[in-house]
Design a protein around this ligand. Structure first.
Ligand SMILES: Nc1ncnc2c1ncn2[C@@H]1O[C@H](COP(=O)(O)OP(=O)(O)OP(=O)(O)O)[C@@H](O)[C@H]1O
Length: 327
């Protein structure tokens, strides 16, 4: 993966095994300032392991993590905010007390801790739950408290393991809004998720991991544009059929996964989209013609499917290079 020159956090060539299971096999990842980075990959690909290494919960067998070019130490890590996969707050403790306590552990004085807590309860829509025991809250609200716990010391970086899992759409919007504010404040966010539509909507940058290594990384828009599969959408007034494409090699109708009007057509590399437009115009009045980019979910399926599944089994010599990295 090429190095984003502005990256504040860099994971370089991380290797990690649990006994005979290889979890990370040369994973390199950049987190850049001012960006929300989505960390996606199939189950067991290595996302949680990477995040644990960033936070120092685990040490890698090989490789390193740097912050502004320097090896990570405990002092720097204490400035990170972490939302672990296994949520770890005190079930019987009241929400506000818990946040104040965590803020104090991070070195805030009583007044600062109270102010930070009140501010987060407000931003996360939890003011009226402040005095309740954590375990009495719904899972979605407990998740909001978890995020508050990661934020209470105004961290320099946020690392969040599946922060959106199980949230309803309003909860998603609340968390997403707070994360966006954090990025704007100056704390880059790295979060893992299996909700690819959400990642596409929220993230500036995405890193796709498979079998312990990054198989595609970069700006979401750029990855979608640089995907090899070109498609156009064409609507012709009064025609639903695709027979007007007959005899144009390399232009194939594809099943639609949405409810947009018109015909979706995949183009081979050597097919000029204008040739398709010319055909369409000859067939009737064209009411719509546009380029269609693959969704992140489609891109994910493609890069995950095409990367050799034996990348780990052979000790890492046959891995595919990342498709694209942030320049
Ligand atoms: N404590 C452990 N002991 C043994 N193997 C482990 C342990 N933790 C993770 N693994 C293995 O390491 C690999 C990477 O796991 P990891 O949890 O990092 O993946 P992940 O991408 O976060 O997965 P998911 O999306 O399912 O949460 C998997 O093969 C997993 O089974």
């Amino acid at each position: 993966m090429s190095v984003g020159s502005a990256a504040v956090l860099q994971c370089r060539d991380l290797h990690l095994s649990y006994g005979s299971t290889v979890a990370l096999d040369g994973l390199s990842l950049d987190v850049e300032p001012g960006r929300m980075t989505g960390f996606v990959g199939p189950n067991g690909a290595g996302k949680t392991s990477t995040m644990r290494i960033i936070l120092g919960v685990l040490g890698p067998d090989r490789g390193e993590v740097t912050w502004n070019g320097r090896a990570l130490g405990a002092a720097t890590r204490s400035r990170f905010g972490y939302m672990p996969e296994e949520r770890g707050l005190y079930p019987k403790m009241r929400v506000a007390d818990q946040l104040v306590y965590l803020a104090r552990l991070h070195g805030l004085d009583g007044q600062q801790a109270r102010r930070a807590t009140d501010d987060l309860l407000e931003r996360l829509g939890l003011v009226d739950r402040a005095g309740d025991e954590l375990e009495s809250l719904s899972l979605g609200n407990q998740q909001r408290v978890q995020l508050a716990a990661a934020l209470v010391h105004r961290p320099d970086l946020l690392v969040l393991d599946e922060p959106f899992s199980g949230l309803d759409p309003i909860g998603v919007d609340v968390l997403a809004g707070v994360l966006r504010e954090e990025v704007e404040r100056g704390a880059p966010v790295l979060f893992s998720s299996h909700q690819l539509e959400l990642v596409e909507r929220l993230c500036d940058t995405v890193a796709i991991v498979k079998a312990g290594r990054i198989v595609a990384a970069g700006e979401v828009e750029r990855l979608r544009r640089e995907n090899r599969r070109r498609m156009v959408r064409v609507a012709i007034d009064g025609r639903d059929d695709a027979s007007w494409l007959d005899g144009l090699p390399g232009a194939e109708p594809v099943p639609r996964s949405d409810h947009e009007r018109g015909l979706l057509i995949a183009l081979a590399d050597d097919v000029d989209a204008q040739a398709v437009l010319d055909r369409a115009r000859a067939a009737g009045p064209v009411t719509h013609f546009s380029e269609v980019l693959p969704t992140l979910a489609e891109l994910f399926r493609e890069v995950v499917a095409e990367t050799p599944a034996d990348a780990i089994a052979d000790g890492g010599t046959s891995g595919t290079a990342p498709r694209q990295a942030v320049a």
